[in-house]
Design a protein around this ligand. Structure first.
Ligand code: PNS
Length: 158
């Protein structure tokens, strides 16, 4: 089965992430949305919330699963016998970071390929960090995230 992994922090998941998930799910038999757990970072939303929100928001896509992983992404990919990673690219500013990580992953795992999907233009500015900042400063995140995510953010900031 052709499996791809779409990894990220998804803190919180945005419409931009969902756009990439929907488009990637159309290209592979199975898409694993993989939430990287970074124990040295203090997350905005707990990983359990990100996992349940992503599961709910992708419920209409039968070939999408949501998982969490610790450690190296390439080790997680190998544990699933997966050889394809998908990342979204918004603007040129994403490129340098993505280039570095892709090169490091390729050096560690030459058999694993990274494919990039260019974001739809209406989401080209959208990042989880923007959503966190808007929300923390009292703005309404609902133009950027699905209603269930906006509700979870509101609960988190209560
Ligand atoms: O959405 P993000 O924050 O850009 O996602 C980053 C993520 C989780 C995909 C990345 O940090 C990651 O792969 N972390 C696992 C550790 C790893 O394998 N790093 C790559 C070598 S530098």
């Amino acid at each position: 089965m052709r499996t791809a992994i779409y990894p990220g922090s998804f803190d919180p998941p945005t419409y931009g992430h969902l756009d990439i998930i929907e488009r990637a799910a159309g290209q592979f038999e199975r898409l694993v949305v993989a939430i990287g757990v970074n124990t040295s970072k203090n997350p905005f939303l707990p990983v359990e919330d990100r996992c349940s929100l992503l599961t709910e928001c992708t419920g209409h896509l039968a070939n999408v699963e949501v998982m969490t992983f610790h450690g190296l992404l390439v080790d997680f990919a190998r544990s699933l016998d997966c050889r394809v990673l998908v990342r979204g690219l918004r603007a040129v500013s994403d490129f340098e970071y993505e280039f570095r990580v892709t090169m490091a992953n390729r050096r560690m795992a030459p058999d694993i390929e990274t494919l990039f999907l260019i974001t739809r233009d209406e989401y080209s500015f959208l990042a989880s960090s923007v959503v966190r900042e808007v929300s923390r400063l009292g703005g309404d995140p609902s133009p950027f995230v699905p209603p269930s995510v906006a509700q979870k953010i509101a609960e988190r900031l209560k």
